[in-house]
Design a protein around this ligand. Structure first.
Ligand code: GLC
Length: 756
């Protein structure tokens, strides 16, 4: 039972502005002054030029020239950074050219998409967000940073923090879901994990990048590289807050997004990049474009040619050009001809050099290039234990009836069905360029660690026609049912059937939008055929996005959301299935009943006719499906139960700056130890701009023994009580706020709190 109580509190009027200023190191600034005074115009433009490595591409074919031309340009000091080179040997090869063969010896900064691990993979970021465990998420990023840094990388293109309410979009797997408050906490945790204390004294920490700035999660129709059509209210109060949290955590880099906002491509958006990010927030790091996103302002119809694109982007505040072949060479003549002011160039170069100095690359350009450390760190036992820990915590129990879970540890005949059960590749998820294929512990291998039951694995259904890759479309099997009979026989003979179904790991990620988010291929048919033979099914979902599974939700007694959990998938899933870890995850994104409900999120608006109060058809609803989600944001079950009671607040009315303390008692009313994420939601009942029916403003992850109770306190400060108005001023308006606390964003109907 999820009990929600609510109180109302009264706030007096106040307005406040919250500005961050990242501190500069005067010693570094002096060094930058000295170096820049020696640099030629060409060498300055060179620092703003990033080339992809000479092999893997993570975007369209590189335009920066052939490998030979790239090497030549590095030698001429015309390259400031490389991406997707990796491994001490390969990085050393390019770094030696920059440091030992160029006139000024300015080291390269080496970037890489370390999205959820380097070689040892943690769960996809959306799964990690489901843990609501900021310490575990920070540890996961630290683990990823250690392997990347030991491999010569000093800068990651992560965390991605695009808020999104659209599961059709493949890149929801990279973010933290639909909520800005949770997204902000996760962003800050990941920045801390990657950057540590921001001194970079440790050679195992790397600079982080907040991406994609901004509003990429709102692309129209979930189509990649498309326009984002959103209001400033959404931009200011849902999209930007996680980025600001990352900047406030000491972030050193920001990546622009492919989309437009209000008709302006993000890489050329002066308001976002210079007015908000650099000036209002005081961001002192540097901005990199996305892959060729400066050049793509031409096909957008925003820049008429390369010169126009170069001018718009550098004036807007994009400091480095990723594989666009625009800044180099076009900026050189633009500055010579006086068409672009030198100050824009100098600001960009200063920022890039600043981060290189902060990373210690000038003190020792080879500090990240230690073969012995690489061998010790990459793939270490400690790293595998860290990713196993976060993998277990990322699993969400969606349904558990007939006491199917946890599985009994002996005397059971268990049939395991579905090719995903044996897959060692799909569970690694997308965005894992450095990892080796087929290095995950499969679900089957995890289950085989438990010897007390008889396991009978029958594939039954091959998910895809061929094994997909990061660069190929996923082709699902839609015709071959030849394995069904054998699977049905296995199910018939079993006490319990564990079916691993869902999406291949490469069905989500960049350029993987889908209009249909049902179980792809023949899986739904397969699931129903097995159900007709034996309904004692435990469905283990592997997916990189919310899926529409209404039939399963209605018929299948146990459903475990196991995302793509990375290298230790099988051990994490098995330990949860057998109850050695009691699932504690909560959904970071709503699961729709069908794709027609999208965009869907818990923090929706009330509309003028939210409920059918007049008992007629003229109210906000669908005629063919309930408008609530199948599974709501913040939802997740446990093998135990929890009860909330005694919600109380330290005062009834508050003035500026007074701390609001909300307390609630939580009890473990079940038979096993378990963790619960107590969530606090606020509803500002009347305000100058409409507010969502509820907004997450606090959460506490609590572990309780059976019968144990704990009083949980939430503190609400200005940050939680305020919002950004149309002038992008942070304001707190007087009025009544409803406070709600519970174990999910949904509520029990008897409270009559207006629901989704
Ligand atoms: C891709 C992605 C971006 C990534 C970059 C480098 O197009 O949009 O997230 O960091 O290119 O791989």
């Amino acid at each position: 039972m999820k009990i929600i109580h609510f109180f109302t509190i009264t706030i007096m009027s106040l307005t406040t502005t919250i500005n961050a200023q990242q501190k500069l190191n005067p010693e570094i600034e002096k060094k930058i002054d000295a170096l820049m005074s020696k640099m030629t115009l060409e060498e300055k433009v060179g620092q703003m030029n990033q080339y992809n490595g000479f092999w893997d591409v993570t975007g369209p074919a590189p335009v920066g020239g052939t490998a030979e031309q790239k090497y030549e340009n590095i030698k001429k000091g015309l390259v400031g950074s490389m991406l997707t080179v990796r491994g001490v040997a390969e990085v050393k090869a390019v770094q030696k050219i920059a440091v030992e063969q160029t006139r000024l010896g300015i080291p390269l900064i080496i970037g890489f998409d370390v999205i959820h691990g380097y070689k040892t993979l943690s769960p996809i970021p959306l799964a990690e967000a489901a843990s609501w465990d900021m310490k575990a998420i920070e540890k996961s990023a630290e683990t990823a940073a250690s392997e990347a840094a030991a491999s010569g990388i000093n800068w990651t293109f992560g965390p991605m923090m695009d808020i999104s309410k659209d599961a059709r979009w493949g890149r929801v797997m990279e973010g933290a879901g639909e909520d800005p408050y949770l997204g902000g906490k996760v962003a800050a945790a990941r920045v801390r994990g990657f950057q540590g204390d921001n001194t970079f004294k440790s050679p195992l920490r790397i600079a982080a990048t907040a991406k994609h700035f901004a509003a990429y999660g709102f692309v129209e129709s979930a189509l990649e590289y498309n326009a984002a059509e959103i209001s400033t209210n959404t931009l200011y109060n849902q999209v930007l807050p996680p980025f600001k949290s990352a900047v406030d955590a000491g972030l050193r880099s920001v990546m622009t997004s492919f989309n437009t906002v209000n008709g302006i491509p993000a890489s050329g958006d002066q308001y976002l990049l210079r007015d908000v990010l650099k000036n209002k927030w005081g961001f002192s790091g540097f901005v990199i474009s996305d892959w060729a996103s400066i050049r793509e302002m031409i096909p957008w119809g925003f820049s008429k040619d390369e010169n126009a694109a170069a001018k718009s982007a550098v004036e807007a505040g994009t400091d480095m050009d990723m594989e666009g072949g625009i800044y180099f060479p076009y900026l050189i003549d633009l500055v010579k001809q006086g068409k672009v002011k030198q100050e824009y160039l100098d600001d960009a170069v200063r920022r890039i050099l600043r981060v290189k100095y902060e990373l210690g690359l000038f003190d020792d350009p080879y500090r990240f290039l230690n073969e012995k450390r690489e061998k010790e760190v990459v793939g270490s036992k400690a790293n595998r234990e860290a990713v196993l820990d976060i993998a277990k915590k990322s699993i969400v129990l969606l349904k558990n009836e007939k006491s199917l879970l946890p599985l009994k540890k002996s005397g059971q005949k268990i049939a395991v069905l579905g090719s995903l059960a044996e897959s060692k590749n799909s569970p690694l998820g997308s965005w894992r360029i450095a990892a080796d294929n087929n290095t995950a512990v499969s679900v089957l291998e995890g289950l085989q660690q438990y010897k007390g039951n008889s396991l009978n694995y029958v594939k039954g259904l091959e998910l895809t026609k061929v094994e997909p890759t990061f660069l190929t479309e996923v082709e699902y099997n839609t015709t071959d049912r030849s394995g069904f009979e054998a699977a049905k026989k296995a199910a018939r003979e079993a006490d319990v059937v564990v079916m691993v179904l869902g999406e291949h790991g490469f069905s989500s990620g960049e350029a993987r939008s889908r209009t249909n988010i049902d179980l792809p291929g023949l899986q739904q048919e397969f699931l129903e055929e097995i159900y007709n033979v034996n309904s004692n099914i435990v469905l283990v979902l592997n997916n990189g996005r919310p899926l529409t599974i209404p039939w399963a939700a209605e018929h299948i007694p146990a459903i475990l959301e196991a995302w793509h959990l990375g290298t230790e998938t099988g051990n994490a899933v098995a330990q949860v299935l057998y109850g050695d870890y009691n699932p504690s995850g909560k959904l970071p994104m709503s699961f729709p009943r069908n794709v027609g409900q999208i965009p869907i999120s818990y923090n929706h608006y009330s509309t003028g006719r939210f409920t059918n109060k007049d008992n007629n058809v003229f109210w906000s609803h669908y005629s063919d499906v309930d408008k609530t989600p199948l599974y709501p944001f913040g939802f997740g079950l446990s093998y135990t139960t929890f009860e909330y009671s005694n919600l109380r607040i330290n005062k009834k009315s508050f003035t500026k700056g007074e701390k609001i303390i909300v307390s609630v008692d939580l009890k473990n009313t079940g038979k096993v130890k378990g963790k619960e994420v107590a969530q606090l939601y606020l509803h500002d009942e009347f305000s100058s701009v409409i507010k969502p029916v509820k907004e997450l403003k606090g959460f506490e992850l609590v572990e309780l023994k059976p019968g144990e109770s704990k009083s949980i306190n939430f503190t609400l400060s200005d940050y939680e009580m305020g919002f950004y108005n149309s002038q992008y001023e942070f304001v707190i308006e007087p009025g009544t706020f409803k406070v709600m606390v519970g174990g999910s964003s949904d509520t029990i109907l008897s409270q009559n709190i207006e629901l989704f």
